[in-house]
Design a protein around this ligand. Structure first.
Ligand SMILES: [Ca+2]
Length: 405
């Protein structure tokens, strides 16, 4: 009992110290869409390099056992925003039989929490948790501004004639040619940088939910892989990963230029694993089993890198078991406010800052019903997977068998 109380006191003191020394950093969460862990050189990419994301890792902390929220877009983003895993969250697939399940009114989200703690909150890219007219729209869920795509299907169109700002369509003058100017990501990345610049003097949360390398696999020109003897789709996908890396570099340069590098935590991750078609061609799932939509490792294991100069010790790796459920409580910890009740995750600030006692979890749970019902649980080195409710439980020792053979 005494030991328990002492440990509790240490944990509490540790998190207090973490919150006060943290001094409310700006938080930038850059989320690639459908990129696999094998697409990034920090995690052993075989076909190219992502130097800016590498730099985030060498100047920050790289997580080696991190998971997204789910194996597809919307539920993964829902977990990131709400801190509830897909056994508790409303949204457990992109589609449901009764239509799109939007975030309900009054839902606690990371954006609302940070907004209420005095942060400026901006989202740029793909939302997917409620279309205009619903209760789930970003601006009703804690964002001062959201610019990009509300609807996931709309987000397939990189040469769209409009993007959406706070539920209002903004027509884009289409040139009729596939140019960088017409490419939606160009506008979304520029808006991301503009938001950072406009809010440089106050704490801000920037959710850069960029759409590349999700399909359609198109890019105005391909200076990165244009000469490779691959299919056009593969060349474009690889280039879209390179584009994300390039724009991560632009964000880092912007922080430096504004002199807010040391006030800003940058997190980079991807919302789910790579698509099937990029396994053989590029090795995008990093040799793991499965891919987008499956709860095997290839569907949910994700790059997760955090950089905060002067606070996170550079070049460190962490094998702490974490997933998107931890983002909301981590954000609360950083902002110095309590995490709300009913959240499944816990703060990883002790790991990030190397101070205090990291709460270690017993398990991570996932379920999804797209394309069919699956469940997965990670406990220590073990992984359980079940397809449907009648199939036998598959059990893997990931330490000995990382590819779930
Ligand atoms: Ca996705």
């Amino acid at each position: 009992m005494k030991i328990t109380i002492a440990l509790f006191a240490l944990t509490w003191l540790g998190s207090l110290a973490a919150a006060s020394s943290a001094t409310r950093p700006n938080i930038i969460f850059i989320l690639a869409d459908d990129a696999g862990i094998g697409d990034f050189s920090a995690y052993g990419c075989k076909y190219g390099s992502t130097p800016n994301i590498d730099r985030l890792a060498t100047e920050g902390m790289k997580y080696t056992r991190a998971y997204s929220g789910s194996a597809v877009c919307a539920p993964s983003r829902g977990v990131l925003m709400t801190g509830q895993h897909t056994g508790h969250a409303l949204r457990r697939a992109n589609q449901s039989k009764i239509g799109l399940l939007s975030l309900p009114p009054g839902q606690m989200t990371a954006a609302r929490l940070l907004h209420d703690a005095g942060y400026a909150t901006g989202g740029f890219g793909k939302w997917g948790l409620g279309n205009p007219g619903s209760t789930g729209v970003a601006e009703k869920q804690g964002f001062d501004v959201f610019f990009g795509y509300y609807d996931q299907k709309h987000a397939h169109d990189y040469y769209t004639d409009h993007l959406v700002r706070n539920s209002v369509d903004e027509p884009l003058p289409p040139s009729g040619n596939p140019t960088w100017e017409d490419y939606s990501h160009t506008r979304i990345a520029n808006e991301t940088l503009k938001f950072i610049e406009q809010n440089k003097d106050r704490p801000f949360f920037c959710y850069a939910a960029w759409t590349p390398p999700h399909g359609d696999f198109v890019i105005p020109e391909n200076p990165f892989f244009g000469q490779k003897p691959w299919t056009e789709e593969v060349r474009n996908y690889a280039a879209m990963v390179a584009l994300v890396d390039k724009d991560v570099g632009r964000v880092m340069q912007k922080l430096k230029d504004l002199g807010i590098d040391e006030k800003t935590l940058v997190i980079f991750s991807s919302d789910n694993g790579a698509n099937l078609e990029f396994i053989e061609s590029l090795g995008s799932t990093g040799g793991l089993r499965g891919y987008k939509r499956l709860l095997y490792e290839g569907g949910t294991r994700t790059p997760f890198i955090a950089r905060w100069p002067g606070k996170i010790q550079p070049g460190k790796t962490s094998d702490v078991l974490t997933s998107f459920v931890d983002f909301l409580p981590t954000a609360a910890d950083l902002a110095g406010v309590p995490a709300p009740k009913g959240v499944d995750g816990h703060s990883i600030v002790p790991t990030l800052l190397g101070s205090g006692q990291q709460e270690l979890r017993e398990s991570l749970y996932f379920e999804i019903y797209e394309p069919y019902f699956q469940q997965a649980v990670r406990m220590g080195d073990w992984k359980g997977y079940r397809l449907g409710t009648k199939a036998p439980l598959e059990l893997y020792d990931l330490k000995a068998d990382p590819a779930e053979q």
